[in-house]
Write a protein that binds this ligand. Structure first.
Ligand code: GZL
Length: 320
């Protein structure tokens, strides 16, 4: 918008008027945000993006870390309702169990925005929009990389173990489904074991140790639902005297710095990007909701796939 002198004076007068009549100055937006926890590099980057974007947008952010427990998120949402925030936003740790508390938010006329993970609710009007990745597609992309690898290596066995994310979470359910959908048509790609590592390095290492104990050298592929579990598993693979990235192909999701470092060391073969930098789009959506403007029910973020061959070139461009 070009500022003509007349328009500029008009704005200046309005600002002066508002300053002398504070009740009329636009009240800053207040968002109550309930975060899953701090379980992974991805989550840390996601939290930083949301807090930075709130600051830049002049939004008052009431932030609660649920330590990966749904009951803490329900408590936080109830507290935001009691505090009469303008908007409630959260990344639901699991898909189900939200109907009651979201009905309370609706009764209090407080709009709800979902970021990152989705929910399964009987009444879709309980939230305004879901801003985040397509996890099924992320699972498909991981499997497509493996299918292409198998085509180029006709003599190789593809015996897969899978480290799933948090039980009941949208990314764990959908990444498993997307991967399974693509490998279903590939008889050479065999799923040996699949178990949750809860998206953390510690659990990822523990479960990979158990896989190696039971399956040993039969394992030739690891599919991890996030880079943190893959990095933990890589430690277990090395401690067993096996070469990650070579004896066992390592495929994971997120695209965090740790994954690029592992690719540069030849220990991880590909990471499927899952963009955590949702802060700016969350503020945009929240301000639009507050202004009564329409917001799409689903906002999908764009993401790529980074095989080890491009890691060195891509690493300097990474923003998380
Ligand atoms: C995905 C996000 C997942 C990440 C994990 O959007 O919910 O949770 O893939 C994180 O790293 O713990």
């Amino acid at each position: 918008m070009r500022f003509t002198r007349r328009k500029f004076l008009g704005v200046a007068t309005a600002a002066t008027f508002a300053a002398t009549h504070p009740a009329l100055a636009a009240k800053p937006l207040t968002i109550g945000f309930s975060q899953v926890g701090a379980e992974s590099e991805w989550r840390t980057a996601n939290t930083t993006s949301i807090k930075d974007a709130a600051k830049k947008a002049g939004v008052i952010m009431k932030f609660a870390d649920a330590q990966q427990r749904q009951e803490n998120q329900v408590k936080a949402i109830r507290s935001f309702i009691a505090q009469r925030v303008d908007i409630i936003a959260f990344s639901p740790v699991v898909e189900s169990g939200w109907d009651t508390v979201l009905r309370e938010a609706k009764a209090a006329k407080i709009p709800v925005i979902l970021t990152d993970r989705g929910v399964k609710v009987a009444d879709p009007s309980l939230y305004v929009t879901l801003l985040g990745s397509d996890f099924v597609e992320e699972g498909r992309r991981a499997a497509r990389w493996l299918v292409e690898h198998a085509k180029k290596n006709p003599g190789r066995a593809y015996n897969i173990v899978e480290l799933q994310g948090t039980v009941g979470s949208a990314p764990a359910i959908d990444r498993k489904a997307g991967f399974a959908e693509v490998i279903k048509g590939e008889p050479r790609l065999k799923m040996l074991r699949s178990q949750t590592g809860d998206f953390t390095r510690t659990k990822g290492k523990e479960v990979m140790e158990a896989f190696l104990k039971s399956e040993g050298k039969n394992i030739t592929v690891l599919y991890a639902h996030n880079d943190d579990m893959a990095i933990g598993a890589i430690q277990a693979i090395e401690e067993a005297g096996i070469k990650p990235g070579k004896d066992i192909l390592v495929i994971s999701i997120d695209g965090v710095r740790g994954a690029f470092e592992a690719m540069l060391q030849g220990k991880l073969n590909v990471t499927v990007e899952c963009n955590p930098l949702l802060g700016p789009q969350l503020m945009q959506a929240a301000l639009a909701v507050k202004a009564g403007k329409p917001v799409p029910k689903r906002i999908v973020v764009n993401e790529g796939v980074f095989p080890a061959e491009v890691a060195a070139k891509e690493f300097p461009n990474r923003r998380y």
